[in-house]
Design a protein around this ligand. Structure first.
Ligand SMILES: [Zn+2]
Ligand SMILES: [Zn+2]
Length: 83
């Protein structure tokens, strides 16, 4: 993805710019970040504001049969920003 007049780059909230996350979505370096594909930054619309539901983290906490894990916030697609 390339920048345009209506977007700018922000540090990826999901991996905090590391580009890597743990398999369960928590902090770690098991796998490439599913949000930024390992780049550490995401393209954000210039009009976007921090997403309140996930508190700008891009993450929603889930509780499943194998314990807690973190999923990509579906509304802001894990960027933590929403228009
Ligand atoms: Zn990321
Ligand atoms: Zn969100």
């Amino acid at each position: 993805m390339t920048e345009s007049d209506t977007t700018h780059r922000q540090t990826c909230s999901f991996c905090k710019g590391k580009g890597r996350v743990a398999e369960d979505g928590f902090d770690g370096d098991d796998t490439n970040c599913p949000v930024c594909q390992g780049e550490g930054t995401v393209l954000v619309d210039n009009n976007a504001v921090p997403h309140q539901i996930c508190d700008g983290s891009g993450k929603i906490k889930m509780r499943g049969p194998f314990g807690k894990h973190v999923a990509v916030c579906p509304d802001c697609r894990g960027t933590g920003w929403i228009v």
